[in-house]
Write a protein that binds this ligand. Structure first.
Ligand code: NAP
Length: 106
């Protein structure tokens, strides 16, 4: 199973990226990340109607513990990730996202 982790999925570019990718790659399982839970829930429901699997994590990526929470989220789902989109430039305010990505990919 392939996962797509999309941060900033509750609006703007991230939301459109999810919709676009879901139309082209219906077998991908999405992990959607942003702060606004209601928007994430709506998108999960929209994808479910198209028979596309999606989960969400409510996360503020500017917080220092964001990389740790992301890592826990990945481990809990036993997930590698194959497609990553970060529509916010900073994660946890430092460069820890790159090490997170490296250690999370199989
Ligand atoms: N639109 C453009 O034409 C354009 C052009 C060049 C570059 N960019 C850059 O691309 C990025 C996305 O642009 P956009 O137009 O899609 O922006 P947007 O409409 O403001 O969307 C930003 C997304 O990021 C999420 N987000 C914001 N702060 C967050 C945080 N602290 N933690 C977690 N999620 C957060 C928002 O969700 P929540 O509020 O729910 O957290 C939302 O889903 C921005 O960095 C922008 O500067 C945009």
């Amino acid at each position: 199973m392939s996962w797509a982790v999309v941060t900033g999925a509750s609006g703007g570019i991230g939301l459109e990226l999810v919709r676009n990718l879901a139309d082209r790659e219906p077998n991908i399982h999405f992990l959607l990340i942003a702060r606004r839970e209601e928007e994430l829930k709506k998108l999960v429901a929209e994808l479910k109607e198209k028979k596309i699997r999606a989960e969400y994590m409510v996360l503020d990526l500017t917080k220092a513990d964001a990389p740790k929470k992301l890592r826990i989220g990945f481990v809990l789902r036993d997930m590698p990730f194959d497609i990553s989109s970060t529509t916010r430039a900073s994660v946890g305010g430092d460069a820890s996202m790159s090490s997170l990505c490296k250690t999370s990919m199989r």
